[in-house]
Write a protein that binds this ligand. Structure first.
Ligand code: GTP
Ligand code: MG
Length: 398
């Protein structure tokens, strides 16, 4: 599971990335601070099943805190995109190829409207944050259209001469873009292009296909960032204007401050929470006390900094991921070494259990016999959909 953090320059992409990963990539109040993509790992929350058994879990890949499992999600922070990037404006969109495997995008916008489309500082409210939602999509569409269109005429001519299938050609062409066959089929249907003669597709038909592929295969959530500079009524109006793209108000800066203060043992804070507690008042400087006081007010106004909820809206809401806990002993919920619920994975809701087995380990998929539900103890056949939060034993030939 991989999420791309995208948006125009100077909106807080790297700040949000640092907050989610606790890495230290450069952030600064001017455009093009980020020149190359940064990679890191964040996490999303699911309930840990261990309290159902009244036993402690022994987390391997996903930490457990107070009954909450934090499942890792890869994140990529990229340089800012500007309108016209496809023509080489700003840093162009070459670096977007690093996002080929992304399952979805967290689109960071400057909710305070205090930066121009090129990311230069401007008077707060001087730009409309919702403008970015449309043109950024255009840049992403052009990126996919360009991948689709590379040496297009020659490539499709051989498909037509050899009687190949257009769907297969598209899938092959888009390999690495993490686009499922169903999305390709849907894009061809929606655009009603001439399927048997791709060589006759016009440039605008190719753009239309790219647009449908993007919408079907790369969902997006907008993080309306710098919400500390606007009020909730304004955010609600902007969210209405952005419909149907979902919008979550965020303050990446506040989230980063809270996570770093927690790491430094100054406060106790769980990402996404509505409050924090100061654990070490004696060690707070006057400036720190003031900053935390402001963040405390922000949490009161917004309910959270929005950063963790924005990521989860994308992963659970838009991408429909559910957690699975593979075990080897379905009665005790342990692995071969006796560790309780060691690992947690994210899979698309409704994934057939054999596919889940493949994701745990290729050999488990290849040698799959059946799965056993750790709660009901019923056997599940290869094609049965996995239940959200399933504790699952996979039985395979040895
Ligand atoms: N008020 C406020 N400022 C923020 C917030 N998040 C980030 N900033 C500030 O916005 C500026 C830009 O932050 P970056 O994280 O470097 O932005 P970016 O989108 O990665 O910028 P580029 O890499 O240049 O595209 C910095 O001065 C941040 O401190 C926020 O939630 N509220
Ligand atoms: Mg940056």
């Amino acid at each position: 599971m991989e999420i791309g953090v995208v948006g125009k320059p100077n909106v807080g992409k790297s700040t949000l990335f640092n907050a989610l990963t606790l890495l230290e990539v450069p952030m600064a109040p001017y455009p093009f601070t980020t020149l190359k993509p940064n990679r890191g790992v964040g996490a999303v929350r699911v309930p840990c099943p261990h309290p159902e058994r009244g036993v402690a879990c022994a987390p391997g890949n996903a930490a457990c805190r107070d009954g909450v499992r934090w499942i890792p999600v890869s994140l990529i922070d990229v340089p800012g995109l500007v309108p016209g990037a496809h023509e080489g404006k700003g840093l162009g969109h070459q670096f977007l190829d690093e996002l080929r495997a992304a399952d979805g995008f967290l689109h960071v916008v400057d909710g305070s409207g205090g930066t121009t489309p090129e990311g230069e500082i401007a008077a707060p409210g001087s730009t409309d944050p919702t403008d970015e939602i449309g043109w950024l999509e255009e840049e992403l569409v052009r990126w996919i259209a360009e991948i689709l269109g590379r040496d297009f005429e020659r490539a499709v001519r051989s498909v037509e001469l050899e009687g190949g299938k257009t769907e297969e050609f598209l899938l092959h062409r888009l390999t690495g873009l993490a686009i499922a066959p169903a999305a390709v089929a849907a894009a061809l249907r929606q655009t009603s292009v001439d399927r048997t003669h791709p060589s006759r597709w016009t440039a605008s038909e190719r753009m239309a296909i790219a647009r449908e592929l993007l919408r079907a295969a790369k969902p997006r959530v907008v993080a309306l960032n710098k919400c500390d500079r606007i009020d909730p009524d304004r955010a609600a109006a902007l969210a209405r204007a952005a419909d149907p793209v979902p919008v979550t108000p965020t303050s990446a800066e506040a989230e980063l401050t809270l996570r770093r203060a927690h790491r430094a043992h100054l406060i106790a804070y769980a990402p996404g929470a509505a409050a924090f507690t100061v654990t070490d008042p004696a060690h707070l400087s006057a400036a720190q006390r003031r900053a935390l006081g402001e963040i405390d007010q922000l949490l009161g106004r917004w309910g959270s900094t929005g950063v963790q909820p924005a990521l989860e809206e994308l992963v659970f809401g838009r991408l429909g991921r559910v957690a699975v806990f593979p075990v080897e002993d379905e009665a005790r919920w342990t692995d071969s070494r006796g560790r309780v619920l060691p690992d947690a994975f994210l899979v698309p809701a409704g994934t057939p259990v054999r596919e889940v087995a493949y994701r745990v380990h290729t050999e488990l998929g290849e040698n799959f016999i059946r799965a056993i539900d750790g709660r009901t103890h019923r056997a599940l056949g290869a094609d049965q959909p996995v239940a959200p939060g399933a504790v699952l034993r996979i039985v395979a030939r040895r």
